[in-house]
Design a protein around this ligand. Structure first.
Ligand SMILES: O=C(CO)[C@H](O)[C@H](O)COP(=O)(O)O
Length: 232
């Protein structure tokens, strides 16, 4: 029987939960797939599992509080055992596009502070080449036009085609938890994610990009035929 989108998210979350051990310090992701994992984690915590989590967004923090999942932050707990988070695309070597939910900066800080990152998604997000999903680029509001020009020049220098739009919410610029804006940058194809990430991160008005390279160690993909895992 074909599973609907929500059932696939739950299946991926359930499989990820098997990697969570008593006493772990967790990074807790953002997005609808991460939220299914969080709900399952909440049940286990209610049954006595002892974990503490660093949420990657205010939205995730609110859900964790609602489910009585104990929270900490990276000032108190700077090294984490495991981060579990969703993704918008999963490419070769588990390079990811993240940030569809706008939490990419905190997600990257938390994943980088973790010994391991497991990415959970439905199998349609596994792609041969990243870039069909627009790359979220978090930018500082100050000097926005100059930053956009620098991003366009960078794409040109790397031989990438680029169209972009500012992310809006209720007709106004979407504002991240860190007080920044998000540019959704469509490159079509990103054959070399590391090179693009490095180049974009070199632009002063760019805070961070949704390209995650070298961070995820395992992908858990849910599909009609069950769960498939991919190691980095
Ligand atoms: O990066 C993210 C939020 O910033 C999410 O993990 C990503 O957008 C996937 O979300 P969903 O599970 O809802 O498809």
């Amino acid at each position: 029987m074909a599973l609907d989108a929500k059932a696939l998210k739950i299946a991926a979350g359930q499989a990820a939960l098997e990697h969570v051990e008593d006493g772990m310090k967790l990074g807790i992701g953002t997005g609808s797939t991460a939220e299914e994992f969080i709900r399952l984690l909440g049940v286990r915590v209610g049954e006595g599992l002892k974990v503490v989590g660093v949420p990657t967004s205010e939205r995730t923090a609110a859900l964790c509080r609602q489910l009585s999942i104990p929270l900490t932050d990276l000032d108190e707990t700077p090294r984490l055992d495991l981060t579990i988070d969703g993704a918008d695309e999963i490419g070769p070597e588990l390079a990811l596009i993240k940030g569809g939910g706008g939490a990419l900066l905190r997600e990257k800080i938390v994943a980088s502070a973790s010994r391991r990152m497991i990415v959970i998604a439905d199998e349609s997000k596994h792609v041969a080449t990243l870039g069909r999903f627009p790359l979220p680029v978090e930018v500082v509001p100050f000097g926005l036009r100059a930053t956009l020009l620098a991003i366009e020049k960078t794409a040109e220098r790397l031989g990438l085609s680029l169209t972009h739009e500012m992310r809006l919410a209720d007709g106004k610029p979407f504002v991240t938890d860190g007080g920044h804006f998000i540019l959704d940058a469509s490159f079509g194809r990103i054959p070399e994610p590391r090179a693009l990430a490095q180049a974009l991160n070199g632009i002063p008005g760019v805070v961070e990009t949704g390209l995650f390279t070298g961070l995820a160690s395992l992908a858990i993909l849910a599909g009609g035929d069950g769960i498939r895992t991919i190691d980095a």
